[in-house]
Design a protein around this ligand. Structure first.
Ligand code: 5AD
Ligand code: SF4
Length: 469
């Protein structure tokens, strides 16, 4: 495997960008409002918070809709073909709006732009796109937008290397009480279906000091819950010898006084006993583990290059259930991977029955150019793929109902996240196990953790009654 060097963006370079941001405010006819459209995972959602932070530093304010914004930025995803088509479809749709408002600027960034050949495609086929940049250089947004406005020419900049480590970007956080904190970027696993290592680069961990400083700052602001982000958080620190491990980092973060900490995502092969013990011992750690299994068949797991077996996965599930029985497990599943036989699929169904996950994200395999699986024989007929995913979804719904039934009459700590738009007495929140609960409350509860007795379950959420109300 080729090794890419981590490139730490220097403080001087970050300062140069801040200068562009300040100068931008003085440009004549500059865009004044922005709207960011985000696709994909939490990592992208958090990147959009940084993009918004930079745009605000440039003197721009959010516009409520795309149509009204002077600058519309699409932060794209390319994990599956449909994510990519949706983003490109929306960019094209905006072309018509731009015809009526010629001053409007259109930007595209994120994983899709980092795909080989995509920058050229944008230059050729999307002449109405004014700014495009990859994941490796989001910090250059002030400079790129400055140039696009100043010269009235398109700027497309996609770095060859994506292995940048960027500190010090301003962040405009979506929520005052739930915050994302990235602990590492990139992935080294090269699962044969996955494009992430190609567009997000190799694993690089932020320093524990930088992470802790950020968490302490959030704690002081009253943040209730932190979600630590990384493609594979269990390998945190592997690229920085002498540093601390992920469970050690978790412990230090939990000591800052933040009421809740959760994380995403764990690769089953790297789920250590040390981390399992942390679930048993650390009350700050939320009772939820997302552990993507992808398939229940050993042949498919091997073809996927997952480097664990069905048996070793089930063993880890057993260990965690023994150490911390109240931890809810969720997963990701792919059906119709090349060569998946009826028996392989039944193995997945069987594993889902055996583990009884709280919920699962289910996907039909989507070939991605440049990945190993894209060249594998044995493509599955789309009608069969649909039949399989429908059966899998139906089974998972049954499992979710089983899990929900166990929760009825229990009292859960719920972080209240919002108010229903349809009924102002209705509130919604998340249990430590990451399950949505709806209940009657009052608006001063928003952002607080309150006890709620679970009374009923619907397909995807619970109903409850606030205790002491
Ligand atoms: N096709 C279908 N699903 C995919 N995933 C990643 N790559 C693909 C692909 N090419 C799924 C995996 C992963 C989740 C984030 O997306 O299940 O865990
Ligand atoms: Fe993709 Fe596998 Fe890395 Fe997850 S662990 S991002 S599925 S390569």
């Amino acid at each position: 495997m080729e090794r890419e060097q981590t490139i730490r963006i220097s403080p001087e370079e970050m300062e140069a960008q801040r200068r562009f941001a300040r100068e931008f405010a003085h440009l004549p006819d500059r865009p004044r409002t922005y709207h960011i459209v985000t696709y994909g995972c939490q990592m992208n959602v958090h990147d959009s918070e940084k993009l918004a932070g930079m745009l605000e530093e440039m003197g721009m304010t959010p516009a409520p809709t795309r149509e009204e914004a002077d600058f519309v930025l699409h932060n794209t995803c390319c994990i599956r073909d449909n994510a990519e088509r949706k983003a490109l479809g929306n960019v094209t749709w905006l072309k018509e709006i731009k015809k009526q408002r010629p001053g409007m600027l259109i930007g595209v960034c994120g994983c899709m732009v980092q795909e080989p050949g995509m920058a050229e495609k944008i230059l050729r086929q999307y002449p109405f796109v004014d700014v495009a940049f990859g994941t490796g250089n989001i910090y250059r947004l002030p400079e790129l937008l400055y140039r696009a406005v100043d010269t009235r020419r398109r700027t497309v900049a996609v770095p060859q290397e994506q292995s940048t480590l960027i500190e010090g970007l301003p962040i405009r956080r979506e929520s005052p009480f739930q915050s994302y904190v990235t602990i590492m970027y990139g992935c080294n696993n090269f699962c044969s279906y996955c494009i992430v290592p190609y567009v997000r680069g190799r694993e690089r961990s932020r320093s524990a000091d930088d992470i802790l400083r950020e968490v302490e700052g959030l704690q002081k602001q009253g943040v209730q819950e932190i979600m630590l982000l990384g493609q594979n958080v269990n390998s945190y620190g592997n690229d920085t010898p002498g540093g601390i491990t992920f469970p050690q980092l978790l412990r230090r973060i939990s000591q800052t006084g933040i009421p809740r900490v959760r994380f995403m995502t764990s690769h089953p092969k790297d789920l250590s006993d040390e981390l399992i013990a942390e679930f048993a011992e650390n009350p700050v750690l939320c009772r939820h583990l997302h552990l993507p299994v992808q398939s229940g068949s050993n042949a498919i797991l091997q073809a996927m290059n997952r480097r664990y077996t069905r048996e070793s996965y089930l063993e880890k599930v057993e260990k965690i259930r023994k150490a911390a029985p109240d931890v809810g497990l969720t997963t990701d599943l792919i059906v119709a991977f090349p060569g998946e036989t009826d028996q392989d699929f039944e193995d997945t169904m069987d594993l889902v029955r055996q583990v009884c996950f709280d919920s699962a994200f289910t996907f039909i395999y989507s070939p991605r150019v440049g990945t190993r699986a894209a060249g594998m024989p044995g493509r599955i007929d789309p009608a069969l793929a649909t039949e399989r995913i429908e059966r899998l979804i139906a089974l998972q719904e049954e499992m979710t109902q089983k899990r929900f039934a166990e929760m009825i009459e229990k009292t859960e700590s719920v972080l209240v996240t919002g108010q229903s738009r349809r009924n102002e007495k209705q509130f919604t929140g998340k249990t430590s196990r990451n399950i949505s609960v709806n209940f009657e409350g009052s608006s001063e509860m928003i952002g607080k953790i309150v006890p709620v007795r679970i009374t009923a379950a619907s397909k995807t959420t619970l109903r409850g009654q606030m205790q002491g109300a």
